[in-house]
Design a binder for this molecule. Sequence first.
Ligand SMILES: Cc1cc2nc3c(=O)[nH]c(=O)nc-3n(C[C@H](O)[C@H](O)[C@H](O)COP(=O)(O)OP(=O)(O)OC[C@H]3O[C@@H](n4cnc5c(N)ncnc54)[C@H](O)[C@@H]3O)c2cc1C
Length: 386
Amino acid sequence: MKHDNKYDFTIVGAGLSGLTLGIELLRQNYKVLMLEKSKNQQRPICGEYLTPMGVQIVNDLHLEKHLTPFEVLNGMILVSPSGKRVETFFPEGRKGISLDRKKFQEDLKNVFELYGGVILFNIEINSIQYAQDQCTLKTTQGEYKTQWLIGADGRQSQTAKLSHLPSELPKQKKVALHCYLRPKNKLPRLGQMHILPKGQYIGINPINEEEVNFSLVTDYSQLKKFSSAKDLLNFWIHHQSNLSNQFDLITDQEIKTISPITRSAKRIAGPRVALIGDASGFIDPLTGEGMTTALATAQMLSKEIKKNKNIQEAFYAYEKRRKQEFIQKEFFNHILQNIIQFKNVCEVIALCLESSFKLRSIFIGVIGNIYGPKEALKKLFLRTQS
Ligand SMILES: Cc1cc2nc3c(=O)[nH]c(=O)nc-3n(C[C@H](O)[C@H](O)[C@H](O)COP(=O)(O)OP(=O)(O)OC[C@H]3O[C@@H](n4cnc5c(N)ncnc54)[C@H](O)[C@@H]3O)c2cc1C
């Protein structure tokens, strides 16, 4: 099949970042094509917790009505390796959301098509030829020509590889095990983060009364000690009373395994190409903000394109801004990643959080991206002064 159709933008990947940018570019009257390798919209392996800042971005993009089917999250329960349980609530009345990503992304796909976007499923790029005035994409379903190319194709971005945008391989071999469980009893409208020994952790998100999103992040060496992913999950459900009082042991629920769970991108813009979402870098699911970053990078790039008549310059301006605006939080997240390797430090932090409501609010405010780390330090300092 040969297409003579020329597009202003072609977006590779119909995940959250791709759909969001697609909608924004259509709103700016560009002609947009989206290529997705899956046969249809999938429910990706994800904790499905949208941070308060993510909710804010959805509002800013006037897409908030698509969040109404989902339940809110008021905060987060943090559990230390020894089982100390600290309840936190997002400050300033802010809320997160428990999404069903398949439903949410199907809605966004409908909006994309309503604005005149073309989306093709079951298609993959084999090669990209860059010329001075356009790119030619050779795909499993024929050839496409586009002025500008966007890689929104996740942590293993093929767009980045084919465009020779450099990235670094993850240092640690981490793996995520994911399933949906039915809770024994109705759970509070709070997410849960259980820190386990050796830097492992479990994220829990009560999607609704019947379905809880449950994921364990560990490294391969831990997984290899068990005969199956189910045995490893059941080990923790059995041994942690904070889990066994909420869930029965897993019997026949489907468990999915995913790796890598990080991506370190060195360049996210090049001639005629830019990367957004996970393709532009993803530290780890610990703080549950990958979707927020997906939305934020899509919004940031669309704003640069709107502001800058020269799209190539907009791509480079976006690359610079993404680095500047995320640097603080990425640094904070790296520190957090290291802290959870040390059981005793986690216990001390749990004690501090337990003893101070203000500290809890500020901490969860940073996790939920309500406060930047610098702003949080300022708040902490000012409070201590008063
Ligand atoms: C275990 C785990 C738990 C997580 N929990 C949370 C959480 O609770 N909250 C949160 O905000 N984030 C969470 N995340 C992160 C979140 O899932 C991602 O950050 C987010 O999905 C990124 O969106 P994206 O659009 O950039 O990429 P993706 O959602 O990965 O979408 C990429 C799309 O591109 C398609 N694609 C890939 N390759 C190609 C190709 N070659 N050609 C065409 N299409 C292609 C894929 O099929 C997919 O549809 C979690 C991640 C993991 C691993």
